[in-house]
Design a protein around this ligand. Structure first.
Ligand code: FES
Length: 73
């Protein structure tokens, strides 16, 4: 298997309702990660670009958070 060219980490952290920091995946369904995975597959990028679930990326106040490496976006 070739090395990945890009790696997406999608925050799927879930906190209790009403938590002051919020939660990127309040329902715990990983819907955002699944949407990235489906889009990567549709564009045939799957073998080289991977979307993994991640815990809190400490950017909770910005809403659902994704980081992309190696770009560091
Ligand atoms: S809960 Fe997603 S960045 Fe913190």
């Amino acid at each position: 298997m070739p090395a990945f060219t890009d790696h997406l980490f999608v925050c799927c952290n879930q906190r209790a309702e009403g938590h002051p920091r919020g939660s990127c995946d309040p329902e715990g369904t990983e819907a955002l990660r699944n949407a990235f995975k489906a889009e990567l597959k549709k564009r045939k990028l799957g073998p080289l670009v991977r979307a993994n679930s991640a815990g809190c990326l400490d950017q909770c106040e910005l809403g659902p958070t994704v980081v992309i490496y190696p770009q560091g976006i």
